[in-house]
Design a protein around this ligand. Structure first.
Ligand code: C5P
Length: 238
């Protein structure tokens, strides 16, 4: 059994600790919601365990579907054991439909469909406020080489195919999402971070209602019942 050791890092919604195994980390999902790159912060009781359960369910299924991930185990209702990875400082955003920043930037119709889906990259830097960055800029800054970027793109498409079909089974449209990747000690690329409604835009097929963090971002109601509904539907459509 893996034993939790000292806290290494606390982010906006997760706390990462060392374990008795140097290859493994212990990640606790916190009851915190942030918006505006952390400038707005609130505690939402129960959010951490809901996100953990959604994330664990999706990581287990996506790993079984052949996507390499950092996921190892779920030791309790609020924690995940993951393999230690050197994270690429990139947020990889994939858009199947227009929403959020794309919609406001280009003034296009809400939920305009994109086929093929749009891939975007943002450079993870609090000091720079996570700016948009393109392929050439990523390579010029030495963040990732062309081969790594090609793998990131292929894995993101694979994740999108899987998640789009998986959410469709639960009566949910996958509008867009953000992924993060890292490399393991052996140099292999894995999907890391989390897979939860904090990082997805989800729309109820029947009602068009938001089933994700937009509820918090737009002050449109309580987040916890919405996340609970996402988990319920994913479990019911296994
Ligand atoms: O805000 P924007 O439209 O660029 O977001 C696209 C997708 O990426 C959304 O699903 C959002 O939840 C996710 N995202 C994220 N973390 C960020 C920025 C965006 O999870 N820092």
């Amino acid at each position: 059994m893996t034993v939790k050791k000292e806290v290494l890092f606390e982010g906006k919604a997760k706390r990462v600790s060392a374990t008795d195994d140097p290859e493994l980390l212990w990640v606790e999902y916190l009851d915190q919601a942030t918006a505006l790159n952390g400038k707005r912060k609130e505690t939402i009781a129960g959010k951490g365990t809901l996100n953990l359960q959604i994330s664990a369910l999706l990581f287990q299924e996506i790993t079984a579907a052949g996507v390499p991930t950092h996921y190892v185990d779920t030791p309790d209702q609020g924690s995940m054991i993951v393999r230690k990875a050197k994270m690429l400082p990139l947020e990889v955003v994939l858009r199947n439909y227009a929403s959020g920043h794309f919609e406001t930037k280009f003034h296009v119709k809400h939920l305009l469909s994109f086929k093929p889906a749009i891939h975007e990259y943002y450079y993870k830097s609090d000091a720079l406020d996570d700016p948009f960055i393109n392929n050439d800029q990523i390579q010029a800054l030495g963040i990732a080489d062309a081969a790594t970027l090609a793998k990131v793109r292929a894995l993101t498409d694979q994740v999108n195919d899987f998640l789009t079909a998986r959410f469709a089974k639960a009566g949910i449209k996958l509008v867009d999402f953000k992924l993060e990747f890292g490399t393991l000690a052996d140099g292999s690329l894995v999907l890391a971070d989390e897979l939860s409604p904090d990082n997805f835009r989800l729309v109820d097929d029947a009602t068009g209602d938001s089933l994700d963090k937009d509820v918090f971002r737009k002050h449109a109601g309580e987040l916890q019942p919405v996340y609970r509904e996402v988990l319920r539907r994913l479990q019911a459509s296994k």
